[in-house]
Design a protein around this ligand. Structure first.
Ligand SMILES: *[C@@H]1O[C@H](CO)[C@@H](O)[C@H](O)[C@H]1NC(C)=O
Ligand SMILES: *[C@@H]1O[C@H](CO)[C@@H](O)[C@H](O)[C@H]1NC(C)=O
Ligand SMILES: *[C@@H]1O[C@H](CO)[C@@H](O)[C@H](O)[C@H]1NC(C)=O
Ligand SMILES: [Zn+2]
Length: 503
């Protein structure tokens, strides 16, 4: 077809008047505790086992860096970080969807819901854990997991039910204290309330999950909560009982997409590889490695899903680094080969150790079993008498084993907590390249909100105007004293100190 010059000109002139294309659906994927060293760690291992220079799936998706400090300390926790991403505000460590004054802040997920979008939370920790909680609930302390569960199903949430799909662990917070599996301290049978009052399909069976047929079947709201506490580490996962994070992510994507299309809206989905972090706290290179590799498989699957759904955008960033992982200790070498020896996590072998200790046998027999079935199977070879004696007095057998295996691999962990280093931002799909650069975590939240055309302020105001709710979530004097808030020196105070000092 021949197009005249004038019509091309007209089309070009019309362009600025058309609104820039925006994604209809947003996926935010949080690899909890995934720092830059963890990324090199997993890539080096992948290169070693494939005997080639392979990339990690996320390597092609890196677009920037994220700064992570909380309002009260330079080292954030998952609660303050989730609130930063979800609400676009800096708050104190431990805060779930509340600001420094314990007032609720509207989240991108809630704003999406109020604007007709569908929403989902898919994680491998308890669904009541800090990261998912920060996107859909409001409590002053992350440990209030029963209250978080209440709000997740819609019960006691100021906006009613804001979540359409939930997948993750933590069933114990949905059961009344009379149930032996409960971790609540009240008689609320949230599982039944969710089903009866809020229409949830609540299930913990793998079969019910499979019946979703990758999301081609099933109705909303739908909750799949297969485990009492966290779901298994990928290295210990029993596929008969628990699907992988990748399976859950794709199922949730298809389910939300199908339902959103039926009502001609979009969706917001929060995904989390929750336990990369737990493995960092536990100094366990095996748990860390296999949860990172599963995060990469899930990222690749989401990327490929977006290739077929170009109205969907993906951003992914950790909340913080964890463990202070160092590759190359004492110097100029580390050995991924050591990590090929174990089939399970240090937690798994620590449990075997606890069983063996109680065997009715001679001490020599027990020691030989411990050398073979605990140290040996976890990959700690040529174990010394001093190392065996150390296990007996270790305050955590799992961390002790993790440290020994790490030392043999030439890696080390410098803390049992988080660190302040910047973490990597990944993105794929419409407009995500605009996030190139180094950003505060709150800017990631602002960006997603703007891309979806949402206004968090309205949601915040709506919740703040609910006086009974605001009152109900305020900590009392005793609770305030117990909250462990750190004091962050304000930069300008520090600057002033430098200026006024004579040298
Ligand atoms: C206020 O919040 C409570 C939950 O604490 C909720 O049940 C109630 O419906 C909300 N009221 C209004 C007017 O939104
Ligand atoms: C341990 O084993 C010995 C020998 O088999 C037996 O006599 C003893 O009763 C056992 N002790 C316990 C506590 O089971
Ligand atoms: C490993 O880190 C710990 C601190 O977590 C430190 O005490 C230890 O000396 C380090 N090991 C080596 C070989 O540097
Ligand atoms: Zn952590």
């Amino acid at each position: 077809m021949k197009v005249s010059t004038s019509s091309i000109l007209l089309a070009a002139m019309a362009l600025p008047m058309i609104h820039a294309a925006k994604p209809k659906n947003y996926v935010f994927f949080l690899p909890d505790g995934y720092g830059p060293a963890s990324e090199t760690f997993a890539r080096d291992y992948a290169n070693y086992v494939d005997d080639a220079t392979v990339k990690l799936a996320v390597d092609d998706l890196a677009i920037g860096l994220v700064r992570t400090k909380a309002s009260d300390t330079l080292v954030t926790d998952s609660a303050a970080a989730a609130t930063a991403y979800a609400c676009g505000i800096k708050t104190y460590n431990g805060a779930i969807g509340v600001d420094d004054n314990y007032l609720p802040c509207g989240t991108v997920l809630e704003a999406a819901k109020l604007n007709g979008y569908l929403t989902g939370l898919v994680v491998t920790s308890r669904i009541t854990h800090a990261s998912p909680a920060g996107f859909a609930t409001h409590v002053y302390d992350r440990d209030m997991e029963a209250e978080i569960a209440d709000q997740l199903v819609g019960y006691s949430h100021p906006l009613g039910r804001v979540v359409d799909v939930m997948m993750g662990g933590g069933k114990c917070f949905f059961l009344p204290q009379s149930d032996e599996d409960s971790c609540r301290e009240d008689d609320v049978d949230l599982w039944s309330i969710a089903e009866k009052t809020y229409d949830w399909t609540m299930t913990s069976s793998r079969e019910a999950f499979d019946n979703l047929r990758n999301g081609e079947s099933g109705d909303l709201p739908f909750a799949f909560i297969p485990t009492s506490s966290h779901m298994a580490y990928e290295a210990d996962r029993d596929p008969q009982r628990e699907p992988s994070l990748t399976e859950m992510a794709i199922t949730a994507l298809n389910l939300l997409d199908r339902k959103a299309k039926e009502q001609d809206t979009g969706f917001f989905l929060f995904l989390e590889a929750s336990r990369i972090d737990h493995a960092g706290h536990g100094h366990d290179p095996i748990a860390h490695l296999f949860d990172i590799l599963e995060y990469n498989r899930a990222m690749l699957a989401v990327k490929q899903w977006i290739d077929d759904h170009d109205d969907t955008a993906l951003l992914s960033a950790a909340d913080h680094e964890c463990g202070g992982l160092t590759l190359g200790v004492p110097d100029y070498a580390w050995y991924p080969s050591v990590l090929t020896r174990a089939e399970h996590t240090s937690e798994y072998y620590a449990a075997i150790y606890k069983d063996i200790v109680h065997f009715n046998s001679t001490e020599a027999q027990r020691e030989s079993l411990i050398v073979d079935r605990v140290f040996g199977d976890y990959g700690i070879y040529n174990v010394t008498p001093k190392e065996i004696a150390g296990l007996v007095i270790a305050s955590s057998a799992a961390i002790y084993l993790g440290d020994l295996l790490s030392a043999r691999a030439g890696i080390n962990w410098s803390t049992l907590g988080h660190t302040a280093v910047d973490i990597t931002l990944f993105g794929y799909g419409l407009n995500t390249a605009k996030m190139v650069g180094n950003h505060e975590n709150i800017e990631v939240g602002h960006f997603m909100t703007t891309e979806l055309g949402l206004k968090l302020k309205d949601v915040t105001e709506q919740m703040k105007s609910n006086e009974s709710f605001v009152t109900s979530i305020q900590p009392n004097v005793e609770a305030k004293k117990l909250l462990k808030r750190f004091q962050l020196e304000h930069e300008h105070d520090v600057m002033q100190a430098h200026h006024t000092r004579k040298h």
